[in-house]
Write a protein that binds this ligand. Sequence first.
Ligand code: PBG
Length: 320
Amino acid sequence: MRRLRRTPALRRLVAETRVGVDDLVAPVFVREGIDAPVPIAALPGVVQHTVGSLVAEARELRALGVSALVVFGVPGARDAVGSAASDPAGIVQVALRALRDAVGDELVLIADLCLCEYTDHGHCGVLDRGGRVDNDATLRRYGEVAVAQAAAGADFVAPSGMMDGQVGAIRAALDGAGHADTAILAYAAKYASAFYGPFREAVDVAIAGGGDRRGYQQDPANGREALTEVRLDLAEGADVVMVKPALHYLDVIAAVRRSVDVPVAAYHVSGEYAMLAAAAELGVVDREAAVLETLTAIKRAGAQFVLTYLARQAAELLGR
Ligand code: PBG
């Protein structure tokens, strides 16, 4: 076996998996009411952007060859139903318009579609009188958010709230409002993960009463259930399906890849990034090698593209 491993050129020739800048999607945060970018301590190197600094970052990422951005908003005010999420003047809609004006069609713009950044209780949906997340009332809100994001120029809306029926409701709302061209990147298999910790700081979200999302996100114990989620989302009109997180769910990525013919995405999430950053900071792993190995593994499992806070670092490495 060692004959084909002898030189870098031989290894390159026979590599089964390649990572390129085209595979990279950068998650970005834009915050209302700030006049300079704010660093996110839990995500070293990642910031909450102003609209202006976000546009500058987008131009740089495009120049590095990154394919797409997924945009998250941090609103100035929150309420029970997450009104700012669907407000045409809400921060994500403002940012999408500015990004589209700045980069045209050269970057794919993905809008994360959820209420958790916009509700005062921090849940991904609206609550019923008993304080439980109300699935169907939430679907109506998701439809409104999707239409606002599409009108602001999103190529994709990406529902991440794990409500049953969310893809179908969003597809119907988009089509009904004349946005048949707007695609849906479904967070199809999204697990209730400890690795979202730094993200909650990035968007300043705490769930009221110390609650969690186990009532709607998937149990990490279940792999086959992911295939059911994926089938349902495809039947409802998803264009791309995603598995999240990535590294602890490579088996799920591989199983989904085998079971569908649409593109499969993976989200290398905030806690995964933060672990790598911390280990590199301690000097216990080599940062550059670890970045490339991580992305290679996610692609090898079957992901077509990867949402990752490593996008910029990786694009710089791959461009050298
Ligand atoms: C919102 C959402 C979350 C993430 C992406 N969209 C947080 C959550 O579900 O709690 C996590 C992303 C990350 O950790 O990088 N529903």
